[in-house]
Design a protein around this ligand. Structure first.
Ligand SMILES: NC(=O)c1ccc[n+]([C@@H]2O[C@H](COP(=O)([O-])OP(=O)(O)OC[C@H]3O[C@@H](n4cnc5c(N)ncnc54)[C@H](OP(=O)(O)O)[C@@H]3O)[C@@H](O)[C@H]2O)c1
Length: 333
């Protein structure tokens, strides 16, 4: 089996230099990866895009990422195990799974990908490939922001907290609203006018249109102060958040700019009770497994913006760069 797969070619979408956006993506026939020790080989059924995928292509993490050219981007996948590397214990051929391929490796825009056993979880039949593939980066980031940084308990125990979620219609935001409402929270969310009803349907208690003056000021319509902000949007200064925070309120910034880092340091150094917390997702398989189970139980859903065949992956890529997706952008081989 191993030898048979290794000699096979697959369709993949890759880029061979920084920049170029959607037109920098090239279609190619490349060898199917061979799973190394601790890896499993997946026949992919769906992948989801995240802004970090095109930010890596742009060179925002150079020289660390990508590790080398050509690079097959995308980390969030669902598929079927076709082969296992040495030492793999949890999975066997035929198993359906969801995996995070890591930003260093990528590999999701292809027919097959090698995933680490340690960042792969089982996918029950109730969870479709597209719904599962939406989860890794966006779901784990929303989960980490709420549970770790904001201290929300998703079993509903714990003190009531007021949470603001910016860009609630995006990939991270849609999961953040749904997860926050599993906890004991009041959720205020921001989005544009066309998405207000949609964001309410996810469970948000009140919604602000970010294009109006009140929305831009982030004032809660019910007069609440926020204990935590899951900040999925960009470009909002600390001075806008500060008056809307409760005494110990925190802004959890998913896209910290240089000035956000300066605010973070200043608030720390001055022992401010109001804090800005830059967050970087650290993938944990037990949390991914928890999210897959929530989808299975019908407590969490993946809202899908659009699906694109692998042969037109560049259309999904352009949509992500454009920044106006409602939910997750899916690519299907
Ligand atoms: N730190 C980490 O580990 C980590 C992990 C995941 C994501 N991120 C970052 O978090 C950000 C969000 O990621 P994502 O996957 O959710 O992105 P996304 O899906 O591309 O977000 C698009 C959504 O954002 C909305 N939006 C844009 N500007 C807005 C604003 N000022 N106010 C309210 N809504 C706004 C858009 O609504 P309209 O179309 O209506 O404008 C659209 O629905 C990105 O910068 C990403 O790189 C960081």
């Amino acid at each position: 089996m191993a030898a048979a797969m290794a000699s096979k070619l697959m369709h993949a979408v890759q880029y061979d230099s920084y920049g170029g956006g959607a037109s920098g993506l090239k279609h190619a026939e490349v060898p199917v990866p061979t799973p190394k020790k601790g890896d499993i080989l997946l026949k992919l059924e769906a992948a989801s895009l995240n802004p970090v995928d095109w930010k890596i292509q742009k060179g925002m993490f150079r020289p660390l990422l990508p590790r080398k050219f050509p690079h097959i981007p995308v980390t969030d996948v669902a598929g079927e195990v076709v082969e296992v590397g040495q030492g793999v214990q949890k999975f066997k051929p035929g198993d359906k799974v969801v995996a995070f391929l890591t930003h260093t490796n990528g590999g999701g825009l292809a027919e097959f990908a090698a995933a680490s056993e340690s960042l792969t979880v089982a996918r029950p039949p109730e969870v479709s490939a597209a719904d599962g593939a939406g989860l890794p980066v966006a779901g784990l980031t929303a989960h980490q922001a709420l549970t770790q940084a904001a201290g929300v308990k998703l079993d509903g125990s714990g003190q009531q907290k007021n949470i603001l979620i910016t860009a609630a219609s995006g990939g991270v935001g849609q999961y953040a609203v749904q997860l926050a409402k599993l906890g004991n929270t009041h959720v205020t969310a921001t989005c544009s006018a066309r998405n207000i009803e949609f964001v309410k349907s996810l469970g948000a208690d009140e919604v602000l249109d970010y294009k109006t003056p009140e929305g831009a000021a982030l004032n809660s319509p019910s007069g609440r102060k926020y204990d935590a902000v899951v900040h999925c949007a960009t470009g909002i200064p600390w001075s806008t958040f500060e008056p809307n925070l409760s005494a110990n309120g925190k802004v959890i910034d998913l896209t910290p700019s240089p000035s956000a880092f300066a605010t973070f340091a200043l608030k720390k150094l001055t022992f401010s009770k109001k804090q800005l917390v830059p967050l970087f997702m650290s993938a944990k398989s037990e949390n991914l497994d928890y999210l897959v189970k929530l989808v299975k139980e019908g407590k969490l859903k993946t809202v899908i913006d659009s699906k694109h065949p692998l042969s037109k992956a560049e259309d999904g890529w352009a949509k992500s760069i454009d920044g106006h997706a409602t939910g997750k952008i899916i690519v299907e081989p």
